[in-house]
Design a protein around this ligand. Structure first.
Ligand code: CAO
Length: 425
């Protein structure tokens, strides 16, 4: 069966997490992704957070499936020639180096357009144009500068970063969307274009509801925040809201049976208005169905703390899975707090290909997350990540159509690593 991006070739000059997330998604959608890596070390994550000696780390393998790897010293003259040849033949180039790195290599946007006017040149940077555009950025820096940290955590505690990699993987996802849109536009214009995803912008996009709340503050307290019910005044910026729901249906995380010893024996419980009567029946508090202090959503807002404490008396008598089963019978929205162990063992996620087991020649079997979007006409098979430089010769021969003599010359120059440059011998 064909794939959505069949025929699209990507020069993947990315490293660490944000860029590789983007190119991995495009590879799953069918693009031929050629990852260019520095000889010797490759993508720095190959060696980071290693769990098995001398094997590529899970950090690397889980972000670089379905790609081919070529090692190339971009600062070697022959290496640069190979890179230029790749730029001429690829449809898209993706990079997430620090600001100015590619310009220093000699690959400005103007130069890239000269080499290939159809090239879509896509970058992740920490910030867009402005006072911080020259700064290097990692995940948590983006979470802090994009508004996530100031709005995450509890009111009385410090800002908190989230485990979801919204700065890195989130921005990679945004970039992938920009790239497929640019590929589509190129069909009409015949031209490539520059695509930029700044991590600060990506995080802010995911924090859109918090900028909504910032503006609502000018018109009165945020009544759905539990701070309102507790009588605590609001300041001039969107506060941290603990586990309050970010929408119009109040919610909170409640203890379940076993919470004393199991850090994940909790459930997220939403007091959705249409099922209020069902909630009251389940917890054995039928009088709240008609009581003027509890019957209507507006009346409940100042009492959310008391209401959730009462519901928790019930959830603490059930395991999170028992509670989920009972609540679902009444269409009451809720979700058990699943640990990574539970997710890894979840049968249904394996069946849909969201969690896949991959075999790797150096590290053996491991679990990864497959393509989280399912396309009926473009199935995504997960293929193990490449070893460093595994496809170097294949790419020079089959993609660039270099003959054996030329490949030998390039090897001898040191451009691919291994051999010493001739000039230094
Ligand atoms: N051959 C020769 N040199 C190479 C090379 C190759 N194949 N690949 C990379 N290099 C060199 C570059 O030329 C550059 O050297 P110079 O600084 O001398 O020009 C250097 O390696 C890479 O620089 P860098 O600034 O990208 O790397 P870093 O480790 O210092 O910083 C990071 C890492 C992530 C902070 C930075 O790349 C960055 O800010 N990227 C943009 C934002 C981003 O994507 N952050 C997400 C990080 S996690 O996904």
């Amino acid at each position: 069966m064909g794939k959505a991006l069949d025929g699209i070739r990507i020069l993947d000059f990315t490293h660490v997490q944000s860029g590789p997330t983007c190119t991995q998604l495009l590879a799953w959608l069918g693009a031929d992704v050629i990852k260019v890596e520095r000889p010797g070390t490759g993508d720095v994550t190959r060696g980071q957070l290693r769990d098995i000696p001398n094997a590529d780390s899970l950090y690397f393998t889980m972000l670089n499936h379905n790609k081919r790897s070529i090692t190339l010293d971009a600062k070697n003259a022959q290496g640069k020639d190979v890179l230029e040849a790749l730029m001429r033949t690829c449809d898209v180039m993706v990079e997430n180096f620090g600001p100015g790195v590619l310009d220093r290599m000699g690959f400005t946007w103007e130069r890239i357009q000269e080499l290939n006017p159809r090239m879509i040149y896509a970058s992740v940077k920490g910030f867009g144009p402005g006072p911080y555009e020259d700064c290097k950025v990692y995940e948590n820096v983006a979470q802090c500068t994009g508004g996530a940290a100031s709005t995450t955590g509890f009111r009385n505690g410090p800002p908190v970063v989230t485990g979801a990699q919204i700065g890195d993987s989130g921005t990679g996802l945004h970039l992938a969307l920009g790239i497929v849109a640019a590929i589509y536009q190129r069909v009409a214009t015949g031209r490539g274009q520059r695509v930029l995803a700044a991590m600060q912008d990506g995080v802010l996009n995911l924090c859109r509801v918090k900028l909504r709340d910032q503006q609502r503050l000018a018109h009165g307290p945020l009544t759905e925040y539990s701070q309102y019910g507790e009588g605590v005044a609001f300041g001039d910026a969107t506060p941290r809201a603990g586990n309050d729901s970010g929408g119009g249906q109040p919610g909170w995380i409640l203890k379940c049976k076993g919470w004393e010893s199991d850090p994940n024996a909790y459930i997220y419980f939403i007091t959705q208005a249409p099922v209020w009567a069902a909630i009251c029946k389940v917890i054995g508090q039928e009088d709240w169905i008609t009581h003027p202090d509890y019957a209507k959503p507006d009346a409940r807002l100042p009492r959310l703390k008391e209401i959730f404490a009462r519901i928790e008396q019930w959830t603490m008598t059930k395991t999170k899975f028992e509670a989920m089963d009972i609540l679902n019978e009444y269409d009451i929205p809720c979700g058990p707090i699943l640990s990574m162990k539970e997710i890894a063992e979840e049968k249904s996620l394996r069946e849909t290909g969201t969690i896949v087991e991959v075999d790797h020649p150096k590290r053996g079997k491991y679990l990864s997350v497959g393509l989280p979007v399912k396309l009926s006409d473009s199935p995504a098979d997960v293929v193990r990540s490449p070893l460093l430089g595994e496809h170097t010769e294949e790419i020079l021969r089959d993609v660039l159509r270099f003959d054996a003599k030329k490949i030998e010359e390039i090897k001898a120059s040191g451009a691919l690593g291994g051999a010493k440059p001739m000039a230094a011998e």
